[in-house]
Design a protein around this ligand. Structure first.
Ligand code: GDG
Length: 485
């Protein structure tokens, strides 16, 4: 049944809780005969929202991931997933190129991540961003019951709150940004800066990963619109007192499903697989691991260079040390991502030539994704996890590694510029812009005493067990429900 038909089935304007995100939580699988099949795409957001989606007339609005004009038959995603309904926002190949690869990933993504690569400013990609945001807002306006709660996610949809507010003033709208919100001196470069700020102010609650993101947003709103913010020490957060709805701005650090990942990591199956992985790697004395989407924000080449230099300096022994970098393919149509992949693969190739004995290569690399359980086994197997982004909203990999250290073993080397660093100060914090400091920190993490390692890991695990993703979703939604009577 098509999504529209299904919505008629549950009744127009029937949804009391709506998630609006760029992607639906499903993936298309194209069969040999060209038929498109769909699988559930389990991810952080899906598991975070499962408890709140369950038991309500809930709808998830998003794009299916397949351009609408690429198949001869129309691409129709399933109308329901588990207990909630799916509403597809069909995007053409052009829209995907302009709105998604263009404005979202070649303008906003680099600008919001400290201009690690130069953002591109093009009017046609901006225009498409506006059009697509309007499509999302219209879908939400169509399906929302009176007074419904709508939770809009991430940088691709920053205009949706105000567009939706104009269509449906009765709704309670929350917005959450998963990536950093940059400081004023960066954000103000954006030609359409005021439109973005006004777009976000359509929400009742605007949430960020860290207090820095929240205060950067308040600052640019004051600079561009002259709004004043009061800090509310009781409820937490800043209140835009100039806005008639008193928009609330606050930090809600996202997390993971700590209990279920720890449980998985502790199973005999995963523990045995972790031992087997170490064996397959030649039973090294030290196993260092990196896991990231292949993205220039993640500082993958910094840690590879640091590792290679430590081998060259003879600080690490290539016969007894292995580093593995798992890089999941990402945004392969965007030129900067193609360049990054070439750069990383050149580095890995050089290292193999310089250090590899036959059958003994200290630097290993995989350009592919792994099943969830296999990834957990790699986390369990690794002695040192290297998380060195130049800028990262949160970084869930760091938290996942900690959750998997069920024997409180293992060391986390973590960039100061990941949101997670604010919550995990017991990690080995590092400045990824300083190769020397990355090298020194890796050596300190490797050389620390077992007691120190356990003490640090136990503290991080205790913190995370209290601050899981269910708490994140609950706190955001409670704050949203409290924004006005
Ligand atoms: C954005 C923000 C923020 C990776 N490789 C595999 C795999 N993964 C999973 C990890 C983790 C997720 O992908 C990556 O999350 P991150 O948080 O590390 O990074 P982004 O994708 O950039 O996410 C970020 C996040 O949104 C949430 O708000 O933390 O700052 O940039 O969950 O496990 N999963 C599997 N196989 C892989 O090979 N199964």
């Amino acid at each position: 049944m098509a999504a529209d038909q299904e919505m008629q089935h549950i009744g127009a304007e029937a949804a009391s809780f709506i998630v609006v995100a760029n992607r639906l939580p499903i993936d298309a699988v194209v069969e040999d005969d060209g038929q498109v099949d769909w699988t559930e795409a389990p991810g952080g957001l899906v598991s975070a929202l499962a408890p709140v989606l369950h038991g309500r007339e809930a709808v998830w609005i998003g794009w299916s991931g397949v351009a609408a004009d690429t198949h001869s038959d129309p691409v129709v995603p399933p109308a329901k997933m588990g207990s909630y309904h799916l509403v597809d926002v069909p995007l053409s190949t052009d829209m995907v190129q302009l709105y998604y690869e263009g404005f979202s990933n070649s303008t906003l993504w680099p600008l919001y991540h400290d201009r690690i690569v130069a953002p591109e400013y093009h009017r046609d990609t901006w225009n498409s961003y506006v059009d697509v945001n309007l499509q999302f807002a219209e879908k939400a306006a169509e399906v929302a019951a009176p007074g419904a709660i709508v939770w809009v996610h991430d940088y691709q949809l920053q205009l949706v709150p105000s567009m939706l507010r104009a269509l449906r003033p009765d709704l309670r709208i929350g917005f959450y940004l998963h990536i950093p919100f940059p400081p004023a001196e960066l954000f103000l470069q954006l030609p359409w800066r005021q439109r973005i700020v006004e777009g976000l102010l359509g929400a009742d609650l605007v949430g960020f990963q860290t207090p820095f993101g929240a205060s950067n947003f308040c600052e640019v709103t004051s600079l561009l619109l002259g709004h004043d913010f009061d800090f509310d020490a009781n409820d937490g957060g800043w209140i835009d007192v100039a806005s008639p709805r008193r928009v609330q701005v606050d930090a809600f650090p996202i997390s993971i499903d700590v209990a279920s990942l720890s449980e998985l990591a502790a199973t005999p199956r995963v523990q045995a697989r972790a031992k087997q992985i170490r064996h397959e790697l030649g039973d090294p004395q030290h196993f260092l691991l990196g896991v990231d989407r292949m993205d220039y924000t993640k500082g993958i080449h910094v840690r590879l260079r640091a590792f290679v230099e430590l081998l060259e300096d003879r600080m690490l022994d290539p016969a007894t040390t292995v580093m593995l970098q798992i890089a999941t393919p990402s945004r392969e149509q965007v030129e900067e991502y193609q360049k990054l992949r070439e750069e990383i693969e050149l580095l890995v190739g050089r290292a193999a030539g310089a250090f590899g004995e036959i059958g003994e290569v200290p630097l290993r690399y995989m350009y592919s994704g792994l099943p969830h359980e296999e990834l957990a086994a790699f986390y369990v197997a690794a002695d040192v996890m290297l998380v060195t982004p130049f800028r990262d909203g949160m970084n869930l990999v760091a938290k996942e590694y900690v959750a998997c250290q069920v024997d409180d073993n293992g060391s986390l080397v973590l960039s100061e510029f990941a949101g997670a660093a604010l919550e995990l100060p017991q990690a080995w914090l590092v400045n990824p812009h300083s190769l020397e400091s990355v090298k020194e920190t890796i050596m300190t993490a490797i050389g620390t005493t077992p007691d120190d390692r356990r003490r640090r890991m136990a503290a991080m695990r205790a913190y995370l067990s209290e601050h899981d993703v269910a708490r994140w979703a609950r706190e955001f939604l409670e704050a949203l429900e409290d924004t006005r009577p």
